[in-house]
Ligand binder design. Structure first.
Ligand code: ADP
Ligand code: MG
Length: 288
């Protein structure tokens, strides 16, 4: 059967769909002159009507951070047609972290620590550049290749913002993916970089036990679960069996990232100093 391909301007030919999100479909694309493959994020202008600033913002942020860190996807090119906006990224062929967690059930603790350390290093970099990502989750973390030890990359800067440190202005709009959103986002009390650390806590939790802490049937129930969250309640019972063999150090890391008060939550730099991820080999302290 002939491959379904459409010709788009700027000499790219799009092929199979790699993934899709809220406003975009991401397709594999080949540059006809060079034969090089890319991932092309196709954003419908119609769907984005009134929110075009979000794409402009995504491009501006990517210009600032992409190419600056090996664990952040690189924006290679962008252009538009009458109906769509196109962002061309270096192709990550290894798929989403989400799918790898689902395939494995859960990660070995040492592998989880290694991944978290790498992602947090890239988070520290974007925070240092004054940017908050606001949509960190395993669907937005991609592997550069199919190899087991492939580099992990932060993608999807669609909800990210540049923070003006001098003005101390916090962000207020409710956005993100409910199960990964920090309580201060729902509370509308203003939020900033600490929301990414909260999301890292949720991601670490997911890697270690194979399920997410706030997965409920509706966003409203998820919000309730976040507000009434107690780490002890969730990881010690009734799903304690999934946490068997997970070290106290790892649990402490997750608990620290999931500190309700954003002012008390560690910064990326501080979290990177935590014993679970700062030590070369995480040490295992079995449960009493
Ligand atoms: P949205 O803002 O709509 O969520 P994303 O930028 O997250 O869009 O892209 C949607 C999906 O497309 C991702 O979850 C991933 O599966 C896939 N994808 C995005 N960028 C790439 C890339 N550079 N290489 C391979 N797949 C990608
Ligand atoms: Mg996404």
């Amino acid at each position: 059967m002939a491959p379904t391909q459409t010709t788009v301007p700027c000499q790219y030919r799009t092929g199979k769909t790699l993934g899709s999100g809220t406003y975009a479909v991401v397709k594999e694309a080949v540059h006809t002159k060079t034969g090089k493959y890319y991932a092309c994020k196709v954003i419908s202008k119609k769907l984005m009507e009134g929110r075009e600033h979000m794409v402009r913002n995504e491009i501006a942020v990517l210009k600032k951070v992409s190419s600056g860190h090996k664990n952040i996807v690189t924006l290679h090119d962008y252009f538009e047609t009458a109906h769509n906006l196109y962002l061309c990224f270096d192709l990550c062929t290894g798929g989403e972290l989400f799918d790898r967690i689902c395939a494995k059930g859960q990660y070995y603790e040492a592998d989880a620590a290694q991944l978290v350390r790498t992602i947090l290093g890239a988070v520290e970099y974007i925070h240092h550049a004054g940017i908050v990502h606001r949509d960190l989750k395993p669907e937005n973390l991609l592997f550069r290749t199919k190899a087991e030890d492939a580099d992990i990359m932060i993608a999807d800067f669609g909800l990210s913002r540049v923070m003006d440190e001098n003005k101390h202005i916090l962000l207020t709009e409710i956005c993100g993916t409910p199960g990964y959103m920090a309580p201060e986002i729902f509370k509308k009390i203003g939020h900033g970089k600490p929301v990414d650390i909260w999301a890292m806590g949720v991601i670490s939790y997911f890697l270690l036990c194979g399920y997410t802490p706030f997965d409920r049937d509706t966003p409203r129930e998820e919000m309730q679960a976040i507000f009434t969250f107690s780490f002890r309640l969730i990881c010690y019972c009734p799903l304690a069996q999934y946490w068997e063999g997970v070290s106290e150090t790892a649990r402490d890391f997750v608990r620290t990232c999931l500190t309700i008060d954003p002012a008390l939550r560690p910064t990326a730099a501080k979290a990177l100093q935590h014993a679970w991820i700062s030590a070369k080999t995480p040490h295992f302290v079995p449960d009493p």
